[in-house]
Write a protein that binds this ligand. Structure first.
Ligand code: SF4
Ligand code: SF4
Ligand code: SF4
Length: 159
């Protein structure tokens, strides 16, 4: 199974993202202030072109990522679609930190669960034996695919 189709398959099942206060912007943005100055005047083609349908728009008409049902495949479709050039740098990916909240994670209560491990193609979720998973800050790309797969909403975006 290719990376894209695998991601699409595993990303299809969703749960709620728990931390809604933190706004995660689409990838490829070198200058984050442009979201506020350019996006409100734009037709939002980045959201239209995102096959994973993770780009949503706030009341202020700026785009944000919603990982509740899928994640980012790094396909660059949003960058190609962004005429104002807010998304313009392929070397910059999603600016976010992803962590497992041990107080919500079943595996930290010695219940076997590998729901998050499977969709992580970067192998960033490290288990201590069969339990106690943690996300490697070095390996995690913040793609978001694990977030909606956690049955207890234990994977969170942190500031
Ligand atoms: S890179 Fe692709 S999957 Fe990721 S947000 Fe952009 S269009 Fe969506
Ligand atoms: S296409 Fe570019 S300018 Fe338009 S909403 Fe998306 S990120 Fe903003
Ligand atoms: S741990 Fe990081 S790299 Fe792995 S699926 Fe989750 S967000 Fe993506």
């Amino acid at each position: 199974m290719s990376e894209l189709s695998r991601r699409g398959f595993f990303g299809a099942i969703g749960a709620k993202v728990t931390n809604k206060e933190i706004v995660i912007r689409p990838p490829y943005a070198k200058e984050s202030t442009l979201f506020g100055t350019e996006c409100p005047q734009c037709s939002g083609m980045c959201g239209t072109m995102c096959e994973e349908e993770i780009i949503k728009f706030g009341d202020d008409k700026t785009p944000y990522l919603d990982f509740s049902s899928s994640g980012c495949t790094d396909c660059e479709a949003c960058l190609e679609a962004c005429e104002p050039g807010v998304l313009n740098d392929k070397t910059i990916f999603i600016e976010a930190k992803v962590k497992i909240n041990a107080t919500k994670c079943m595996s930290w209560e010695n219940v076997m669960c590998f729901s998050c491990k499977e969709p992580c193609l970067d192998d960033a979720i490290i288990f201590e034996g069969l339990f106690r998973p943690e996300i490697s800050a070095e390996k995690c790309t913040a793609c978001g695919f694990c977030i909606g797969r956690c049955p207890t909403g234990a994977i969170e975006i942190v500031a």
